[in-house]
Write a protein that binds this ligand. Structure first.
Ligand SMILES: [Zn+2]
Ligand SMILES: [Zn+2]
Length: 551
């Protein structure tokens, strides 16, 4: 009857893969958190002046992660309407940093929403900015400075795109009248992590190679702008360096300080100590200087842009967006060796380093620093794509239909003229991409009505997995929710009945310093090879369907 599987997808039905419960308690991360969280907290309390240790949101992230996906903390039962087969799902934490499953879901949800409902047809490219070590130390602990810096960044990129569009129109012999408003847009992801689990606040922007002109009746038409050259990128990074240095200086003077304040809060103090120990105090990563690489450095500011994706390549666009919104680290790269946590880097660091080896508590301390402040938005929408834009609904209406067939995509791609990008001095090509608002009432509906994406549909769309479809072909409905707080006895009886552990996995108390790292047992086969048994795309983190029945 109840089937909470072994974290595997079986392809018993033609074309429909069944989705079974993952088992987070078997992962290395879960085990390290359970066994060392109390020590981490105790150590932070001892280190902090007030004795409070980590602030609430950091402790919450660890506590909630520990419960995410564990049936013994509560579950939902879903029963097939045709054959009566039942599946159970645990509750999820919906946090952004530690939980790869919830972070992966968030990534998928943001990406799907943007691709299907917001971003109009255009060429998009990714821009990346990282800042000097000195500024990084400030961004780590001052979220409002991050906000200002990313707004300035987008303004500089928008000014550049507008200038390109005006120059292009002038070259084409149809200069735009002075004061013609040109609309731009950008989606900026603020990442707090570097590839080596170090705190490294930097910006990823998905920016169209286009600006939009608004006609008298309000309709928008696009002007493609040419791809940037190496010289453009070099010029841009110099501008960014000049303006950002001035911004940071003004900000520091206004606050009357030259360094992060010593007494701002406990997290600041703790992170400063960790940052000083873990971060390399270097700004300039040696990069290959080859023409066409579209990367430039200026006084520790580093700007890079990637090749753009074609206007109707929505999969390519989704890839760009996923890159910016991806989780901080890949859980399947973690192993335990002789009581040390080993993180295999996705690709060798420029120093040649391939692995990071840490004690469990040092590893958790690094993760704690990666948790963004409360209410901090890691993804920001600008210009046309921001919810404040009065043109947003019109821009959204230019997003291509959701379930467009590949055939159609190719046809539209060919029929749309983009030679402007390759030869913007050509006098025979039209100026717009031809993308204008459709009259289909469904497409013109305000994006807000379509905004909430049902989780089962989302998962089906992205991974071709139908979570509410039974193997018999019937549909599952949620029939009950049991929680440890409200119905502990019923939950225990039910878990015993289906042969699942009724008690949560055990946690270890805080250990007194100095740490006895060797007391941590060596990993077993079962604890190091877990999530990979789910046969989804190995590049993408595993989404969590647990408890999303209720959404
Ligand atoms: Zn069934
Ligand atoms: Zn979670």
């Amino acid at each position: 009857m109840a089937t909470s599987g072994q974290g595997a997808c079986d392809g018993t039905d033609a074309g429909v893969r069944r989705y079974a419960r993952r088992r987070p308690e078997l992962t290395v991360l879960h085990r390290v958190v359970r066994e060392h969280k109390a020590t981490l907290f105790a150590e932070a309390e001892a280190r902090s002046a007030s004795g409070r240790g980590y602030p609430r949101h950091v402790r919450d992230e660890f506590d909630k992660y520990e419960r995410c996906g564990i049936l013994a903390y509560g579950l939902i039962r879903a029963r097939c309407q045709s054959c009566g087969d039942e599946q159970v799902a645990a509750f999820s934490c919906k946090r952004r940093t530690l939980c790869g499953s919830c972070a992966g879901r968030r990534m998928t949800e943001i990406t799907t929403h943007l691709v299907n409902d917001v971003l109009p047809v255009a060429r998009y490219r990714q821009w990346t900015l990282s800042v000097p070590w000195r500024v990084r130390a400030l961004l780590m602990v001052h979220p409002e400075l991050v906000g200002r810096l990313q707004r300035l960044w987008v303004r500089i990129l928008a000014t550049y795109a507008r200038r390109c569009a005006r120059d292009l129109m002038a070259v084409r012999g149809t200069p735009l009248p002075r004061g013609t408003p040109l609309l731009t847009g950008a989606v900026v992801s603020i990442q707090r992590f570097g590839s080596r689990l170090t705190i490294h606040v930097h910006l990823h922007g998905v920016v169209p190679d286009a600006v939009w002109m608004r006609a008298a009746d309000g309709t928008l038409s696009a002007i493609d702008v040419p791809a940037p050259t190496d010289d453009d990128v070099a010029q841009l990074v110099r501008t960014m360096c000049r303006k950002m240095t001035a911004l940071v200086d003004r900000w520091q003077i206004a606050r009357g300080e030259t360094d992060p304040p010593e007494d701002a809060d406990e997290l600041t103090t703790l992170m400063k100590a960790d940052f000083g120990a873990a971060a390399p105090r270097i700004d300039e990563v040696p990069t290959e200087r080859r023409p066409g690489r579209l990367a430039a450095l200026c006084d520790g500011y580093s700007l890079e842009c990637r090749p753009n994706v074609a206007p109707h390549d929505r999969r390519g666009l989704a890839r760009l967006l996923r890159y910016g919104t991806r989780p901080a680290f890949a859980q399947d790269r973690l192993t335990l060796e002789n009581g040390r946590v080993v993180y295999a880097l996705p690709k060798p660091f420029w120093t040649g380093q391939t692995h990071v080896v840490m004690s469990p508590v040092e590893f958790l301390r690094r993760l704690a620093a990666l948790i963004p402040p409360q209410r901090f938005h890691c993804v920001r929408y600008h210009g046309l794509f921001s919810s404040a834009s009065k043109d947003r609904d019109r821009a959204c209406a230019l997003a291509p239909p959701v379930e467009e067939s590949d055939d159609h995509r190719e046809r539209t791609d060919r029929s749309t003229t983009h030679s402007l990008l390759r030869n913007h001095a050509s006098a025979t090509t039209p100026i717009t991409t031809g993308a204008t608002a459709t009259t289909d009432p469904e497409r013109d509906a305000p994006y807000r009505r379509r905004r909430r994406i049902e989780w089962a549909r989302l998962l089906r769309q992205v991974f071709a997995v139908d979570v509410l479809r039974c193997h018999c072909g019937g549909e599952r409905k949620v029939i009950a929710a049991l929680t440890r707080r409200q119905s502990p006895d019923a939950l225990r009886r039910y878990l015993e009945h289906i042969g699942e552990p009724a008690d949560p996995p055990p946690t270890a108390p805080a250990r007194a310093p100095p740490q006895t790292e060797l007391a941590f047992p060596a990993p077993t086969q079962a604890s190091t090879h877990t999530e990979e048994s789910v046969a989804l795309d190995p590049v993408d983190p595993l989404p969590d369907w647990d408890a999303h029945f209720a959404d």
